[in-house]
Design a protein around this ligand. Structure first.
Ligand code: SF4
Length: 397
């Protein structure tokens, strides 16, 4: 099948950038220390940005840097020098929501501009306008259906990116100030506290009162709709989640990369594969899944009827830091596990491989019964393991 879109994954840190790329991302997006919308994310230092771009380009992947906060004059003063750095290190695009920022980018560097979903581009005229301002790609608002995305792409003749997976925002793609009022945190300058996920009391006229999570959206998930993404001709499909961990970055990227590959080779995704991808989707932290507005505008069934409550079946036990083929794996422990625990290796290619940690040694060869987060341990060799593979553990349910 032709016209397979780019798979764009979140990279909340250098670690996650490498993991996403090795698990199949064609491109990743990340933020510098300022100007983005994720102040709580481990945003990249200058040295990390340089290393990340080099790592991506050596593997034919791209790096886009988010500058999608709504900036005030004081923020704009520092932007030109950052833009010159991004150009020097050959970042592939910047993701922008504000007209003033677009002007500043155009006046200071030649880095391509992608319009952030924060700008809520929902129609062809809007896409044409942004194109006239020098924007090369629009990341459409999550309220747009795939049918509408196809029309915008064809009629505005511009690159189009559409969200395929991740947390949703009940406001028009972030145009929201609930966190400003409830937490004193500015959503449009990176401070969203997910206030929409909380439970609220509603007073009806006449005194009746009820508690509800009426603004709390389910997570977006679009694996089964990938053939329709291809049919729509969109250029890029985006996974949300820079704040989520390496397990999410690796697992979700691999699911979509494998599904797109199957689609390009076979022209369809088999029922067996869909069932496998569904089971993998359950392993990462998630809320109930929904296809939101991809098929038709999202309705009441896209709201999560409970207080913030994430489901997860697995947690990441460690990341392969190094290995000696045929002998041992050096694992950087992320969550504690015991010797004898049933674990699972997530290889870059092929299905996950269950194994038992039959012995665990610390770095100086002492036997360990229980590991600690942050330490390096040796476990026996697992065939097919590679550096930066994830190792995970099923949680007792
Ligand atoms: S509080 Fe909720 S609706 Fe508002 S910006 Fe954050 S995620 Fe979106």
């Amino acid at each position: 099948m032709k016209n397979i879109p780019e798979l764009l994954s979140p990279a909340g840190s250098l670690d996650k950038l490498k993991i996403a790329i090795l698990y199949g991302a064609d491109a990743v997006y990340c933020g510098g220390q300022k100007f983005g919308l994720r102040t709580a994310s481990d945003n990249f230092t200058e040295a990390e940005l340089r290393e990340g771009v080099l790592f991506a380009h050596e593997r034919n992947s791209k790096v886009y840097v988010v500058l999608n906060g709504f900036l005030h004059d004081e923020d704009l003063e520092e932007l030109p020098s950052f833009l010159r750095l991004l150009e020097e290190i050959k970042v592939d695009a910047v993701i922008v929501s504000d007209l003033g920022v677009i002007e500043t980018v155009k006046n200071n560097c030649n880095v391509p501009v992608h319009l952030s979903t924060q700008a809520s581009c929902l129609n062809t005229e809007s896409a044409r306008f942004w194109k006239s301002k020098g924007v090369e790609r629009v990341v459409l608002g999550r309220e747009v259906t795939l049918k509408e995305a196809k029309k915008i792409k064809e009629e505005a003749d511009i690159e189009v990116e559409v969200f395929v997976h991740g947390s949703m925002c009940m406001a028009y793609s972030g145009n929201c100030t609930i966190s400003n009022y409830t937490q004193g945190r500015d959503s449009n300058r990176g401070g969203c506290a997910h206030s929409c996920r909380f439970e609220y009391s509603i007073d009806y006229k006449g005194g009746a009162q009820t508690k509800s999570t009426f603004m709390s959206s389910k997570d977006l998930e679009g694996v089964a709709l990938l053939p329709e993404f291809v049919h729509s001709g969109v250029d890029s499909i985006k996974v949300e989640g820079r704040m989520k961990g390496p397990h999410y970055a690796g697992t979700i990227t691999k699911i979509y990369a494998d599904a797109l590959k199957e689609l390009s080779l076979e022209g369809e995704i088999s029922k067996e594969s869909l069932a496998y991808y569904d089971s993998e989707l359950m392993k990462v932290t998630h809320r109930d899944y929904s296809s939101a507005s991809l098929g038709a505008p999202a309705g009441a069934d896209s709201i999560y009827n409970e207080r913030e409550h994430d489901e997860k079946e697995y947690e990441v036990s460690g990341v392969v830091a190094d290995l000696v083929e045929g002998e041992f794996i050096l694992l950087e422990v992320r969550h504690a596990f015991y010797v004898g625990d049933e674990l699972e290796l997530l290889p870059f290619k092929g299905k996950s491989q269950p194994f038992r940690a039959s012995s665990v040694l610390n770095f100086i060869g002492e036997v360990r019964e229980k590991t600690k987060p942050g330490e390096l341990v040796k476990i026996p060799w697992i065939s097919g393991a590679e550096k930066l593979n994830l190792v995970r553990r099923r949680l007792a349910l």
